[in-house]
Design a protein around this ligand. Structure first.
Ligand code: ADP
Ligand code: G6P
Length: 484
């Protein structure tokens, strides 16, 4: 039977080797992994990616255990060593492409060694893809770590159908043109038969770069490349709506012993501070997420509207991410200091304005947070999509709660009923927080209904279906042309 092979840098599970040599698996964090996981679960395909364990830590015995854990989830591991991780992952992927594509030019490092490693690791991935692919299979490559892979696969297996989806923004031509490897990157991506982006803007930016950098003919959303026609389109990624909705509906209260720290804190909030409104933010600790902006805007809100002091609390959950990259370390330091400053300035004996958690959380605790908060405050300065916003919507089964969302997220293009803000405008954020807290229930309900309708309809299943349908059409058209 034909299968779909998903390929991404990270697998949906991350393996850890414990001190006693046992291996444990944790779900990966991030939109790509959480979103694609349900697509993979419902398919008969396989998923190729890195297991989370570097080669240097693999004894034959450990490798066997890692492979067993990975295979039990229909995954296949690509082996990466420390040099690969330092140069391809922390280097070119996260010190070059990530900042550049998120408009952080000042953070972008162009380093020849990083680039060479990026090429080399993309070639490592192609070897595993070749070993797994059979005639009639479809290859679906994901994200910025593997931009060269589509062309490498096309070169080795010309007749296989290849889709590519970018989970982050594609920057405007004026940004992309600064990139020394701009030509190679575009040529790598053009190995795919269909290229997908979250929004029409990213698609347009990509097409503009293809036109101007490669001087290729672009007709509406089709690119003529040698004897191939490549299709480009936007597919806004959704979430597994029912998983989140059902989890919120059937959420069971745990016993005192089972309760995590966060649940105990939430209980405390509900018991003693039930008149204190709760504002929630959840992100990976990443400089694109606008975390310092958010704290400063919250501080400004408390100053501008002192009547809300002791009446409101910001609960901030940040998941550790890429902590070997200096900018992420600086961000962590800045966040710690800002939280300390605001809490130092405003706390009273009975009230702390910000509760800040820096850790990953089990799924149930995320649901606890989503369902207990009055407002979600999502303020990225740049974000390809932002699935957290959609997850918040899906869990609001009473149709209350208000979403305050940055207009710099891909999600803002779909979620008209959210309160949209410019994350650089503290005055606007402060006023919008006030508007959100004071919003009448009827308006909350009207907006939430609209948001839920959209997020329920364009679920991740629908997203994957539309992408695959479009990819099959490209293939079909091609076959028709060849037959004619
Ligand atoms: P990004 O992909 O940039 O990390 P998204 O908002 O699109 O941003 O996706 C983040 C994903 O990570 C969401 O699916 C969210 O549920 C998950 N997540 C965020 N924080 C945590 C956490 N503390 N523990 C577990 N999962 C988390
Ligand atoms: C974003 C990226 C993903 C990445 C995730 C987590 O969602 O689009 O490709 O997997 O962040 O980052 P990490 O570097 O830990 O894989």
């Amino acid at each position: 039977m034909n299968k779909t092979i998903i390929v991404s840098n990270r697998l949906p599970l991350q393996i850890q080797v414990e001190e006693d040599g046992e291996v444990t698996a944790k779900p990966s964090v991030g939109g790509l992994a959480t979103g694609m996981k349900s697509v993979h679960r419902d398919s008969n395909g396989i998923w190729i990616g890195w297991s989370g364990v570097k080669d240097e830590d693999l004894t034959p015995e450990i490798e066997k255990k890692v492979n067993k854990a990975v295979e039990s989830e229909q995954c296949v591991a690509v082996k990466l060593n420390e040099h690969d991780l330092d140069n391809y992952y922390y280097g070119f992927s996260n010190r070059t492409l990530w900042p550049l594509f998120h408009y952080f030019l000042e953070y972008t490092e162009f380093d020849k060694g990083y680039w060479e490693s990026y090429v080399e690791v993309n070639k490592k991935f192609v070897e595993v893809v070749i070993a797994q692919a059979e005639e009639g299979d479809t290859i679906w490559v994901h994200d910025y770590q593997l931009l060269l892979l589509p062309a490498l696969v096309k070169e080795k297996i010309p007749n296989i159908s290849i889709g590519f989806f970018l989970h982050i923004p594609f920057p405007s031509y004026e940004i992309f043109r600064t990139f020394p490897a701009r030509k190679e990157i575009l040529e790598g991506m053009l190995g795919a038969d269909l290229l997908g982006f979250h929004t029409y803007d990213y698609e347009r930016h990509f097409l503009s770069s293809v036109k101007r950098i490669l001087s290729l003919e672009v007709n509406f959303n089709e690119i003529t490349y040698g004897n191939r026609i490549i299709k480009v389109d936007s597919f806004p990624m959704g979430i597994d709506y029912h998983k989140f909705k059902d989890a919120a509906l059937h959420h069971h209260k745990q016993t005192e012993i089972e309760k995590s720290e966060i649940q105990k804190r939430l209980d405390q909030h509900l018991q003693y501070d039930k008149d204190v409104k709760m504002i929630l933010s959840i992100d990976r600790m990443d400089y694109t997420k606008g975390i310092p902006n958010r704290i400063r805007a919250f501080e400004y809100f408390l100053k501008k509207y002192p009547q809300f002091q002791e009446k409101i609390r910001l609960i901030m959950l940040a998941v550790p991410s890429r902590s070997e990259v200096p900018q992420y370390q600086l961000l962590k330091k800045e966040t710690d200091e800002l939280v300390g400053r605001v809490n130092g300035e405003f706390s009273t004996v009975s009230w702390t304005p910000i509760w800040y958690f820096y850790r990953t959380m089990p799924f149930e605790n995320l649901i606890d947070l989503y369902t207990s908060s009055d407002v979600a405050l999502i303020t990225p300065v740049r974000d390809g999509m932002n699935l957290v916003a959609k997850e918040y919507i899906a869990t609001r089964t009473n149709q209350d709660g208000v979403l305050v969302l940055s207009e710099m997220t891909g999600a803002s293009k779909e979620l008209d009923d959210a309160l949209l803000i410019n994350p650089f405008n503290f005055g606007e954020i402060a006023d919008t927080i006030k508007q959100a807290i004071e919003m009448p229930k009827a308006e909350q309900k009207r907006r939430m209904k609209g948001l839920q309708k959209r997020v329920a309809r364009y679920s991740v299943e629908k997203w994957a279906e539309e992408f695959m349908h479009s990819l099959n059409n490209v293939e079909q058209n091609l076959a028709d042309v060849i037959d004619a």
